[in-house]
Design a protein around this ligand. Structure first.
Ligand code: HEC
Length: 231
């Protein structure tokens, strides 16, 4: 049954592409720290949202995520009251924009903190990159970069972001909590960089299921139509 082989081969192509994509995602550079993020885990994404609004948004925006989106995406689905609390007097349709002006940021940090809406798609390693940066503040082994600006995982090792979670010199007893915060916010950022991925996956599964069923029906039909014809 040649066509069956062709069909199965065609199905294998997307699977292979997916596998190679993940394998090469972290090629070269410093090895990033592994982290588990699940873009369908609502509890994790919601905890990440809290870290984002309470810590990161002091400096960073996520301009493509609206307060309305936080209510509408099933993976977040906060209540209208929670959204109202977060947005203050900003419109529901506004993006999540930091109150820190670019001018003040330049004065304080010498740089404007980048928008984080798409950061996990834009950087090699995605969630692993963000997680590694947040837990990568160390004392410069060569003593050149001032404390708080040396980061093992940032290109060039000198970062203008002041250690946001307080990783440098943290107490051992706080370590689990800091790792958790870094993981959660990495999950949130992974989700917002592609908020329709779960929906797409569901549609994809449905289409695959439909095509398989259709194949079966057509095969049975073919057998029925040809059953009396001698080969
Ligand atoms: C006090 C201000 C401030 C806070 C708070 C802050 N950041 Fe930053 N962040 C910066 C600045 C400034 C940069 C630019 C660093 C550079 O280019 O040297 C930056 C850069 C980054 C980068 C690297 C971006 C790149 O270009 O590769 C990531 C990732 C990041 N921040 C994530 C976060 C996350 C997640 C949080 C919250 C847990 C956070 N930041 C909190 C100021 C801040």
């Amino acid at each position: 049954m040649k066509w069956m082989k062709v069909f199965l081969a065609a199905m294998a192509v997307p699977a292979m592409l997916f596998a190679s994509g993940t394998a090469f995602a972290n090629e070269g550079g410093v090895a990033l720290k592994p982290v588990e993020v699940d873009p369908a885990d609502q509890a994790q994404i919601r905890r990440g949202l809290t870290v984002f609004t309470e810590v990161c948004m002091g400096c960073h925006s996520a301009k493509y995520v609206t307060y309305k989106g936080l209510i509408d995406y099933p993976e977040i689905a906060i209540t209208r009251e929670q959204a109202d609390e977060l947005r203050g007097d900003k419109p529901l349709a506004a993006g999540m924009i930091t109150d820190l002006s670019p001018e003040d940021a330049t004065v304080s940090y010498g740089k404007v903190p980048p928008d984080l809406s798409l950061i996990t798609s834009a950087r090699r390693g995605g969630a692993k990159y963000v997680y590694s940066i947040l837990t990568g503040f160390e004392h410069d082994p060569h003593g050149k970069v001032p404390d708080g600006n040396f980061n093992e995982y940032f290109p060039g090792h000198r970062i203008a972001m002041p250690d946001p979670l307080g990783w440098l010199d943290h107490d051992k007893s706080d370590e689990a909590e800091l790792l958790q915060q870094a993981q959660d916010v990495s999950a949130f950022l992974t989700f917002i960089s592609d908020p329709h991925q779960n929906e797409r996956r569901h549609i994809g599964m449905f289409v695959m299921g439909f095509l398989l069923l259709l194949t079966l029906v057509l095969y049975l039909l073919k057998r029925e139509v040809w059953k009396d014809v001698k080969h």
